[in-house]
Design a binder for this molecule. Structure first.
Ligand code: AMP
Ligand code: MN
Ligand code: MN
Ligand code: MN
Length: 278
């Protein structure tokens, strides 16, 4: 059993369709793959369960907690559950509005064409990552790092605040769809240990089920800390590649530091709500 419980298709800011993710997963020996697009589940409509590996229906919801942006992965969700569908429709609408506001800022500084570019993509959830690709294509910046820093991050020339749902709404919507809520990449929020502990308490209080304890480029100390936090707080352990793009050489489906064997009994695949195809 080899699991990858976090990756993206071209319906959000991944570069590839589901077939590509599945081929790549099979090549890399993955037996269980969760496709977890930002704020949309369209990829799962196209999958009929005939694949040679188990597909887990997932999503990654952007939300706000104490003025910070967090990501909550939902695993094993019923993609037709109405509360979740409605929440995702609102998030997609907010994403389209934000892109329009970013476009207005870009037009002011003489950069035209973002909206037709966005319409030409398969993306259902429009992200800043797509805007970054557009600005690189327009030769405004050479690298993604520069484009985020100069244009898309806070204080950037085209920054627009996102108004996501709350942590509680995200967890509740996942629960209402029969899913398992996982706090994604907790080490990437810049929180100190005491703040991280409060976050995990708030997440568990809201009904959260698991902590992502491994992902690419995580420091070994952070992984050990997250594992201990999950076990101490009595929630499950998850992990995944957060794969977006085969062109970004540092990521691949199924490639991330795996967890010590002793942690496997706490794996999210033992959660009572766990379900997968095949
Ligand atoms: P959004 O959800 O629209 O704010 O878009 C955020 C997405 O952009 C993330 O999911 C990442 O894939 C990507 N991203 C965010 N920050 C950076 C960065 N500094 N460099 C490269 N990609 C980034
Ligand atoms: Mn992304
Ligand atoms: Mn994320
Ligand atoms: Mn992700």
């Amino acid at each position: 059993m080899k699991l990858d419980l976090h990756c993206h298709s071209h319906y959000s800011d991944g570069k590839h369709p589901a077939n590509f993710l599945i081929e790549r997963a099979l090549e890399n020996g993955v037996t269980h793959l969760a496709i977890t697009d930002h704020d949309c589940t369209n990829v799962h409509e196209k999958l009929d369960g005939s694949q040679q590996l188990s597909i887990i229906k997932g999503v990654e919801i952007s939300c706000t907690w104490q003025n910070r942006e967090l990501h909550i992965v939902g695993l094993c969700i019923d993609t037709s559950a109405s509360q979740l569908e409605n929440l995702l429709a609102r998030q997609q609408q907010k994403r389209r509005q934000r892109v329009q506001q970013i476009d207005a800022k870009l037009v002011e500084i003489g950069i035209q064409g973002l909206l037709p570019y966005m319409s030409s993509l398969p993306a259902v959830a429009q992200t800043r990552s797509h805007v970054a690709d557009f600005l690189i294509q327009q030769q405004v910046c050479k690298t993604r790092k520069k484009v985020f820093k100069q244009y898309l991050n806070k204080n950037g020339k085209a920054y627009i605040d996102a108004l996501w749902c709350s942590l509680e709404e995200a967890v509740e919507a996942i629960a209402s769809a029969g899913g398992i809520a996982v706090l994604a990449h907790p080490g990437r929020y810049g929180l100190n240990r005491s703040k991280l502990s409060s976050l995990v308490d708030a997440f568990k209080e809201a009904g959260g089920d698991a902590l992502e304890c491994t992902y690419p480029s995580i420091a070994i100390e952070m992984q050990a800390h997250l594992v201990k936090l999950a076990i101490d707080k009595g929630i499950h352990i998850s992990g995944g590649s957060d794969f977006h793009d085969a062109g970004a050489a540092w990521t691949d489906v199924g490639k991330f530091p795996w967890l010590p064997k002793s942690t496997l009994p706490f794996g999210v695949w033992h959660h009572p709500m766990w379900s997968a195809t095949a």
